[in-house]
Design a protein around this ligand. Structure first.
Ligand SMILES: [Zn+2]
Length: 186
């Protein structure tokens, strides 16, 4: 399996903490099927296209697009992927659903109630969407600032930290989880 970052996520806030601009991480997984997780904002198609091209892929090659949730900074490029099945919590993705060999779904609600993450094994890479939006949330043990349910969001974040060795957060660069830290978080 190969897990490739097509485009890192971005997040800009003003001084009061209001979001000025947000665009999600876009991740390509090549296993027995070709999967893209989240598609960024509508105005970033070119970046996504170029990112795929860097890995020798084109949008038409992608068989499955997973949206971790339906905020528009995660779904804006969905229509680039004309041949793909568009999957999310709303199409029936639930805990344990298999997307491809070694690639499965974990339910991580709280940011939104429909938030899911994608777990890749071996290697325990979790593509978290906004269930874990930035490394800073993990380091400071703070749930996503935007959440439908704070306690649930924190629990999901801890769950991801307990499973993952590497996290692809919704709005930042991938980071690793140190060994044994999950015990401290729980
Ligand atoms: Zn979101």
């Amino acid at each position: 399996m190969r897990i490739l970052l097509v485009k890192p996520g971005a997040l800009e806030r003003d001084e009061a903490g209001n979001i000025l601009y947000a665009s999600s991480s876009v991740t390509l997984i090549i296993s027995d099927r070709t999967v893209v997780v989240d598609t960024g904002s509508a105005d970033e198609r070119e970046l996504v296209f170029d990112g795929l091209k860097r890995y020798g892929a084109s949008p038409d090659d992608i068989e499955i697009v997973v949206n971790t949730h339906l905020h528009e900074d995660h779904t804006g490029g969905n229509d680039m992927f004309r041949n793909a099945d568009l999957l999310s919590y709303h199409t029936g993705l639930r805990e344990g659903c298999i997307l491809a060999r070694g690639v499965s779904v974990i339910e991580t609600p709280g940011h939104t109630l429909d938030s899911i993450s994608v777990l890749c094994m071996p290697g325990s890479v979790v593509i978290a969407g906004d269930a874990l939006p930035t490394a800073d949330n993990y380091i400071k043990d703070l749930p996503p600032r935007i959440h439908a349910d704070r306690a649930l969001a924190l629990r999901s974040m801890h769950r991801i930290a307990g499973i993952a060795r590497i996290v692809v957060p919704g709005h930042g660069m991938p980071f690793s989880i140190p060994d044994g830290h999950e015990a401290e978080l729980r």
